[in-house]
Ligand binder design. Sequence first.
Ligand code: GLU
Length: 406
Amino acid sequence: MLNPFENALRQLERATAVKQFDPSFIKQLTFPHREIRGHIPLKKDDGSLQMIEFYRVQHNNWRGPYKGGIRFHKDTDIEEVKALAFWMTLKCAVANIPMGGGKGGATINSKELSVSELERLSRAWMRVLVDVVGPQKDVPAPDVNTTPQIMAWMSDEYGKITGDTSGAVITGKPLEVGGSEGRGTATAQGGFYVFEALRSNFGLPDLCKVVIQGFGNAGEHAAEIWSDVGHKIVAVSDSRAAVRNPNGLDVAALIEHKKASGSVHGFAGGETFDGSELLFEPCDLLIPAALENQIREDNVARIEARVILELANGPTTPEADDFLFSKGIPVIPDILANSGGVTVSTYEWEQNIKREHWSEQEVFIRLKKNIQEQALQIFDQARNLKTDLRRSAFILALERIAKSQE
Ligand code: GLU
């Protein structure tokens, strides 16, 4: 079953089979509070008009304002955005931040848009949603293919319409317009802190062979962070191709190559191969950092990783989870592993509200302490309940969400 929202609900069902919760509480979580969709008229540079479908799903706000990114992708649809919004509710609870869950998107290949078209689309997205977002209502952020610049346009548009120029309506902004130190690398950095906290439990070597699927914000920064401390990045992929080097890729040179050519394809410091084969490279740590439904029943048996750390949202299906658990391959789930992004987003929101600016060191000290605490709690609980880390993370989140309803 590859509908991401159905998969998300099955994850919920599987977790609540391990630990029981009030059924009426759980039932409410299976429905988003609100789904908004419509069409934005985008005037193209050549004068033609393109109607672009957009979405905002506000899943749950019991613990705080709806929070979650905006995805611009050609395959984005309402079911995907619903799943991502649901995962945000759980993720914010895992991260123990005062936020609920939401997600937005637009069905568009934004790489085909000019800069001015992208700006018009971003401003229009904010204009059509201006009444339902806000620092105490719903706080969007970046996700796949959305950048700090896009957040800046949206924040500016919101300020122009409402007069609230604090920037707290949206996070992931550039530093000059109220962004937080560390937000750009926070998703990967948080994943690294989780990995560090749990590594000894998995019996991984001091220096690991790492494979990364996806070379966007999360994947690229992960490559830098892991390789900076001596781990070997033996293969990475992007939406076009994969590249491998068993002796370790030169990450800085690879980033330069991608900047110049638009892809990792053809990088001279490695061998280019078919991106769909990337997941099966032998390694200590596999980091899916792209899209949903990558590790599935039909391909999971070919995985040769010792541990999987999900920087993407929803990369592993429930069937694949079962197979990996039975083989003793731990999967550090998305709602823990990639929660550094939304955590630092929340620090950004707090800084904007209080008109403060925290140093990068302060941001990372807070992030590390917080995310490692959650990682250890989830790990210990999984061991006690004899279950996997995903079910354990769900249970921790559900307990916290339930508390907000007492
Ligand atoms: N899009 C990111 C996520 O999936 C970040 C969300 C946020 O910062 O609000 O967690």
